[in-house]
Every structure is written in structure tokens, then in C-alpha cells.
Design a protein around this ligand. Sequence first.
Ligand code: B12
Ligand code: SF4
Length: 538
Amino acid sequence: MRVFLIHVRDPQFYALPATRRAANGNIRVMGFPPIGIMSLSAVLKRAGHECVMFDQANPETPNAVIVDAIRRQKPELVGLSFLSTTSYPYAKLLARQIRAVDPHTRLAFGGVFATLNAALIKLQCPEVDFVCRGDGEQLILDLLDGLDDPCGVAGLTWAKDGQPVQNPNRMLDRNLDQWPFPDRDSLPLDFVESMPLDVPAVLSVERFTTMQTSRGCPWPCVFCDIPIFNEGKWRSRSPQHVVDEFKHLQQLGYGAVYFVDDHFLLQPKRIEAICTGINEAGVTIQWGCEGRVDSTAQHLFPAMAKAHCRTVMFGVESGSQKVLDRLKKEQTLAEVEGAVTKAKQAGIEIVHGFFVVGNPDETVDDMRATFDFAARLRLDTFAFNRLCVYRGTPLWQEYLQRGLVNDADDWYKYFKCSEIDPTCLPGEVINAERTAGFRRLFRYKLRHYPFQTLRLLRRFMRYMKWRDVAYLIIKPFLGKQSGPTRNETLSRAVEHGALKDAAAALTQVSHEDLERVLQESRIERLRLQREAEHGQPA
Ligand code: B12
Ligand code: SF4
């Protein structure tokens, strides 16, 4: 069968850095490749289907071109893939454009946001036939087999006689090695390695791609929906499978890879085996990953550096223990300091800290402590985002109970916490403190870590225009000082579908569901700990 897969983007998160194309003729995009649809494309092709991918980052295939191709080629299924609440408005827009020209093509949505809000989406966006929940590899194959009668397709939400039907969940499959490597050849785009930020921050001009070596994270952070998306589990590919993909990428000429794993730094034996495998295979690709600061794999930072790990990113979140505890981060300031120091001592070139400000119960003193803490840490780069609340997280659940959000009306909106939670500082205060904090932080870094700071600036200046480097530096001081951002406003400017209350009831993440996931997470962590102590990697 013929399938079209489209990666829907939030335009803030990519840029076209060059007017000239890459040597192979491809357009260059600064951002992450669409690994979700690339994974599905490889699975479909192996099963004998035809698959055409589109990425909204490609200026040569704007929506009009995609819609026209669908009208002419009439694929049996069109899958729209998007990551988050912020890209849902763009997905809906495209779905409607497609439906307007082709009343028959079957349309499917997938991704994290779609998974967590499936029935609500089905009702608000009736032009979409199927909303696919969870892992897509087996699901899309099953869907093609059951296009006309999808009642047996696990993980699917669809409608019968105008009513949403939620087929049972798909069993989480731990065998990730069964799937082929993502199809990185079929999109005419070359990706430029940059930091995962909403401003251009080019790290190298090596041929760049992403890889996923594990899925999920069994921790209870209140603002994160990864645990519920993965039912509290962590699943991984075998070291050999990961090393084989590295070898394959090296042959294709890739020079840089970023792992989109939620927590790569679990299972020391697995990490050690991957590093050994990379060295033994003579792979020279530079790579980066994210993980928790309480990882028990920190003694492996030197081995990772030796295996060309250039970037490690930690979710530091706050410099106030009180705030960390409120966010249920289950980490201490001492652990943060220890992890960052060890990573730098091991020779990891770029150590990044993700921070959040505007948290519930956070005071001005807590915010100041955060910036001062960030200044003291040996971090190379950092990002300070305002905390937002997404449906599916424990924080959303808490806000429901406190009457701050309402599932029926607010499920597709995203809010900065400070806009709806009276225990947060007001937006103006947060922004003013953030600006002042940045100023102190930059001054401290230049005074105490001048070489580290200049080395990093030199790296950026090697690949970026002066203007863009200047923007990167002054961005934190710019912007509207209060109120919702353009994206927040867009996410709220959505009409309501009929039957929304019924749908909200249907997809409600009940307190029991959430408790079950948190319980599963605890069990999963014990399993991983036991495995690390006694047995083979998962
Ligand atoms: C990499 C990443 C990014 C990259 C984007 C990369 C890209 N190509 O666009 C960057 C750094 C730019 C980014 C930005 C943001 N991100 Co982000 N990101 C991720 C991360 C870590 C990995 C995504 C990924 O590549 N997964 C690997 C692929 C293989 O999985 P997948 O895309 O989910 O696809 C699988 C299934 O979902 C399914 N599937 C997907 N599509 C389809 C379609 C069909 C038809 C079918 C059948 C199946 C299917 O099949 C695939 C294979 O199993 C996720 C966490 C996560 N684990 O998902 C967060 C995550 C998606 N991001 C999140 C957020 C909040 C954001 C931001 C809004 C952050 C911010 N405040 O600005 C922005 C918005 C960006 C946007 N919407 O474009 C949240 C989303 C929460 C929510 N409910 O909205 C997540 C879940 C992290 C978190 N817990 O907070 N992100
Ligand atoms: S550590 Fe917390 S924030 Fe990070 S992926 Fe795990 S649950 Fe989400």
C-alpha cells in the first residue's frame, strides 16, 4: 500500500542556516531530523509498502505541495506525526487542508500529545480518522491490515457512528532490536548539528542525525509526561544493535549524533558495552545524550568521552532544594554538582544544564539561588525556561484537583504555570529576575571560567554568523515581559468540538491511572537496580 508520512513542526524549533545546499544537493536544516516518521518509514518499507515522507521544515514542500501530492497520488493512508501540544494547531490545520481536497484518504495522527489526548482529538478534529497511541511500528502495520475494520487494531482511537472508540492499549514491546534502523535516506534534507533550543546554536557542520537507543524514564517529576507515555517503563536496545547503527551511520558519512533518549545514563553495563563497541569498531562519530544527575553510570564518563561523547545534558531544573523537592525531581544539589564536575573532569566538552523557572511555591530568593548555582557549576551551556503544564503530567492532575484547569476546556492548551497558579511568582517578576540572573551569571562565568566561555563562543563563531551569535547571547534579555507567548495564544485559539465533556470523561487520566504509573515506575527502577547489580543489561 502507499503511505504518506508528514512530520509537523513548530516553526520556532528549526531554521534554514544557509542559502547554499550541501554537497549532495540537499537543503540544510538546523534542527533535529524527524526520527518518528523515519522509524515508521523503515518498518513500512521492510514490510513491502511504499512510503513517502514530508517534513514541514523543507521549504520546497510547503503544505500546498503536500496537499497537492496527496490529491494526485491518493495514498491509502496519510500519517501526521507531531510531538507536543505546541504543534497540535499546525497538525489540525494541515489535516483540514488535506480533507478539503480529498474526502477519501484515511488520515492518522500519532506522537506523544496525540497518544495522551486521543479521544478528545478525535472529537475536536473529526476529519482525522485514526489517532494512534504509543509506539507506532507494529501499530501502523496492523492499521494497514485493518483499514476498513479497525476494531482489532490495539492502540487505536477511531469513531463508530459518531462516537469515539478506544481500542485497548497495545502491550509495551521490550524488544526494540526487532525494528530496522530509521530511514534517513528518503528525505532530501541534511541536518546541521545544533543544541536542542529555540535559538540557533550550531555545534558543528558535520553531517548530523539523531538516534534513539532507549525509551522512557521511570521517575516521578511532576511536570513530565514521559512516564505516563511509557507506562512507567524503561526499554532499551541492545548495545550490539546500537553499535551496528553507529557503524552504518559512519559508512553513510555522518559525523555527529544526538540521542533522543529520555534517560540514556541508566544501566552502566549497557553504556560500557556501547562505548567499547564504538571504539572497537573504529567509529569516530561525536555524540551527545541526556540523563539524570543521580545516574550510577558516572564512573563511565571517561569511557564515554573516549568513545567520542562530546555533549551531556542534565535536567538540573533548580538551584533550590525546596523547589527540586516540590517538583518531585528526587535529586539533590550535591548530586547536580557532583555529576557536572565529574563530566567536565572526564573531558566531556559540552555539559549543558536545563533549568526551569516560574515553578509552584518558588520565591524570588529561590530564583536567585538558581542563577547563582548555575553560575558556580562548571556548565558550558544552560537554558532557563518558564515551567509549563501539559496534560498527562502529575502537575496537570494536581491543577485539575485545585480547579486551575479543566479537562474538557483546556486539554489542548498549554500554559505557563505562572499564568494560572497563584503559588507561582507573577510573570513580570519572573522575567525581571531571569534577566538580572542572566546578567550575574554571564559576569561570573567571564570572571571565573573565562577560557571555558571563550572556547565555547569560538565554537559557535566558527559555524555561525556574528549576528546569530549575538542573538544567542542577547535572546534572554529580549522578548515580551508579560502575558502569553504567540504559541500559547495560538494553542488556545481552537474551537471546541461537540461532545467535548463526554470525550474528556473518556480520556481522563484518573488519579488511579497516574498512581498506577508511578507505582510501575518504582517497580521498574528496582528491576533496573537489580539488573545493574547482578545481571545482564535489559
Ligand atoms: C527530540 C525532542 C525535541 C526536539 C524536536 C525534534 C524534532 N524532530 O522536531 C526539540 C528539542 C526541538 C523539542 C522541542 C520541544 N519539545 Co520536545 N521532545 C523531544 C523528545 C526528547 C524526543 C522525541 C523523539 O524524537 N522521539 C523518538 C521518536 C522515535 O518517537 P516519536 O516521535 O514519539 O514517534 C513514535 C510514536 O510516537 C509513534 N508515532 C509518532 N508519530 C506517528 C504517526 C503515526 C501515523 C503513527 C501510527 C505513529 C506515530 O511512532 C513512533 C515510533 O514508535 C521528546 C520526548 C519523547 N520521548 O518523545 C520530547 C517531547 C516530545 N517534547 C516536549 C516538549 C514540551 C517540547 C517543547 C514544547 C519544549 C518547549 N517548551 O519549547 C518543544 C516543541 C517542539 C515542537 N513541537 O516541534 C514534550 C511534549 C509534551 C506535550 N504533551 O506537549 C516531550 C514529550 C518531552 C517532555 N516530557 O516534556 N523536542
Ligand atoms: S528525569 Fe524526570 S523530567 Fe527527566 S525524563 Fe525522567 S521523569 Fe521526565
